[in-house]
Ligand binder design. Structure first.
Ligand code: 3PG
Ligand code: MG
Length: 399
């Protein structure tokens, strides 16, 4: 997929009102932010706009308030967080449209930053309503999409708004696309994808797409069990998806046609229950005891998969290889993460990761900074891996 999207850093923005769609949908627990990655990733574009003399208007959603004003989903707590990250004052307006918003936008002076309240407090956002988009665009001169992680949504602040303003990508959006293209469009070969996570059913399309592009597909996590069943093995009490066994069989078959080698775990760490620090055993993948469940890949699998990492030039990583949240089931994920990040540091491997739990797992492994790129996106990253053209990216490239 080649895209020609105009980047904001090539444009004159001085004294212009720039509407930037950000993704401030950051994980919070008990009112506290648990991961600042999305805020940190946004800083370069905003700092660039500010220092170039633009009037910066930040728009984002938070959670899924479904078109209803709900203070639990207010972006107010983000004022201080953003202000700290940007080392600058951040103004706020309690609605992203209407008289208050117009006044706040209109009274900005160059270099000032305004945060709009949650755009999903309005029904028009999710319906991609053209009139709502026009209201968002009022008193703005330029639109910047810096929310790759939202661009699988055809929403007004990402999509319909491009009808009203000249539209550009931000620095983060550009980075995300460049990283994904480096793995999927013209990667240094051999190239492998490591796909983990619990369910094969949510990743069938990804596996089918990646199979046509990868030399190796390393499969771990709960979904590997479904493949083991497809190969005729008994998996004891392990999680697997009965209804996906036929699909797994056909994937194993088709992989031959595409000359993509599928690597499944050859041994596994099993336990009677999914519980911290419970007794474990290491068994061959075709010898899982009937009263036990697989919770991580075993040492032989780790060695084999690490050997593949040493042989390839590009790695795409999506999903953990085991139940890494609980000790001692993170060994597989952490060991491969360490080898991948060491190879990256040595300049021998390009490593791009993303989607859902992945950033969390790699953070826990302490390798995020060492990977070539770890995406800030969940769903959008996964849809891109299915070969889907994200609507709010396509609309930019048509612009
Ligand atoms: C995300 O966290 O995946 C993005 O912010 C998009 O959120 P959504 O899944 O609620 O559209
Ligand atoms: Mg999502």
């Amino acid at each position: 997929m080649t895209l020609s999207i105009k980047n904001i850093i090539n444009e004159k923005v001085k004294d212009k009102s720039v509407f930037i769609r950000a993704d401030l949908n950051i994980p919070m627990s008990d009112g506290k932010v648990t991961d600042f990655m999305r805020v940190e990733r946004l800083v370069p574009t905003i700092k660039y706009l500010k220092s170039s003399g633009a009037k910066v208007i930040i728009c984002s959603h938070f959670g899924r308030p479904e078109g209803i004003i709900n203070k639990d989903y207010s972006l107010k707590p983000l004022i201080n967080i953003l202000s700290k990250a940007l080392d600058s004052e951040v103004k706020f307006t309690e609605s992203c449209t209407g008289p208050k918003a117009l006044k706040a936008k209109g009274s900005l002076i160059s270099g000032e930053i305004l945060l709009l309240e949650n755009v999903r407090f309005h029904k028009g956002e999710a319906t991609n309503d053209i009139q709502f988009a026009e209201e968002l665009a009022q008193k703005c001169d330029i639109f910047v999409n810096d929310a790759f992680s939202c661009s699988h949504r055809e929403h007004a602040s990402l999509h319909a708004i491009t009808n009203f303003l000249p539209s550009y990508s931000g620095i983060l959006l550009n980075e995300e696309i460049t990283a994904l293209q480096s793995v999927l469009s013209s990667p240094s070969k051999p190239v492998a994808a490591l796909v983990g996570g619990a369910k094969i059913s949510t990743k069938i399309n990804i596996i089918e797409y990646l199979m046509t592009r990868m030399d190796y597909l390393i499969i771990g996590g709960g979904m590997a069990n479904t493949f083991l069943v497809a190969k005729g093995f008994a998996v004891g009490k392990s999680l697997f998806e009965k209804e996906a066994v036929e699909v797994a069989k056909s994937i194993l078959e088709k992989s031959k046609k595409y000359k993509c080698e599928i690597i499944l775990p050859m041994d596994l760490v099993v336990a009677k229950k999914f519980e911290a620090n419970i007794d474990t055993q290491i068994v061959s993948s075709d010898m899982i005891p009937s009263d036990m469940m697989a919770l991580d890949i075993g040492p032989k699998s780790i060695d084999k998969m690490n050997a593949i990492l040493k042989n390839i030039k590009t790695l795409l990583w999506n999903g953990p290889l085991g139940a890494f949240e609980i000790e001692p089931f993170g060994k597989g994920t952490f060991s491969l993460a360490k080898v991948a990040s060491d190879l990256t540091e040595e300049g021998k491997l390009i490593t791009v990761a993303g989607g859902g739990d992945t950033a969390f797992a790699l953070n826990k492994a302490g390798v995020t900074e060492k990977f070539t790129y770890v995406s800030s996106a969940g769903g959008a990253f996964l849809e891109w891996l299915e070969g889907v053209q994200l609507p709010s990216i396509s609309v930019l490239s048509n612009n």
